[in-house]
Design a protein around this ligand. Structure first.
Ligand SMILES: [Cu+2]
Length: 235
């Protein structure tokens, strides 16, 4: 079959849809919540007086954000995703620079997917991306500039760290995936990993400050979503 399709492609010059795309997408899912046990760390007011524009708005540290025991900004993913459909890079993932903070602070991207970084502020930022300490890009972002289109080429499991050298409190993270079974928690700590076929998985939760937790999950055929809780605590 593959040989036949290749022959058609060669003779006609037209693109051929790979047979695997005809396969039904798996419909299983893993849902859950990321909790923070114990007393949540204080969110200290940031010292932002170095830039009068930023100093006009008081903001708290976004290092660890806990709301009613739920942890925000956790990238949750299937770690051993060999069975999962590969993620195709689609529209860029957008990060805004607003009130001298990154929004969102944590994103997941497919390997090779572009990042778009906007500047909604009336002040200058620079967008400095590194991977394991090596620089990927360092671009200026003046007020009113068009959004930056940045290359997210990296491997699954890599974390691209983004920082602004003008405002040292600004940090964002793009965690690279080769499948789509990932999600980032909001204030409610909830996540849903979709498109997961039956199997045994390790679900991993990564937080920029608190590190990594993981849990084994068995997703049975035809079963309801598997539900798990991942727990972090003060270090
Ligand atoms: Cu900045």
């Amino acid at each position: 079959m593959v040989r036949l399709l290749l022959a058609i492609a060669i003779t006609t010059g037209t693109a051929v849809t790979a047979p695997r795309s005809a396969r039904a997408e798996p419909t299983g899912s893993i849902t859950g919540t990321v909790i923070f046990e114990g007393e949540a760390p204080d969110r200290a007011p940031l010292s932002r007086y170095s830039d009068p524009y930023c100093a006009k708005i008081e903001r708290l540290s976004d290092d660890v954000i806990v709301t009613k025991g739920k942890l925000k900004d956790v990238l949750v993913r299937v770690k051993n995703g060999a069975l999962l459909p590969r993620a195709a890079a689609t529209a860029p993932v957008v990060i805004d620079q607003k009130e001298c903070m990154y929004a969102p602070r944590v994103v997941g991207i497919a390997a090779g997917q572009k990042l778009t970084v906007r500047n909604s502020d009336g002040t200058f930022h620079n967008v400095h991306g590194t991977l394991a300490g090596a620089q990927l890009w360092n671009k200026p972002a003046s007020p009113g500039d068009p959004a930056l289109g940045l290359d997210g080429s990296a491997h699954a499991g890599d974390v691209i760290a983004i920082a602004c050298d003008v405002h040292p409190w600004m940090h964002a993270y793009a965690v690279v995936q080769d499948h789509r079974a990932f999600a980032v928690t909001g204030d409610d700590g909830a996540f849903e990993l979709i498109g997961v076929p039956p199997g045994n998985y390790t679900v991993e939760a990564w937080h920029p400050v608190l590190g990594t937790r993981s849990v084994a999950v068995k997703l049975a055929r035809g079963a309801k979503p598997a539900t798990v809780t991942l727990s972090f605590a003060a270090q």
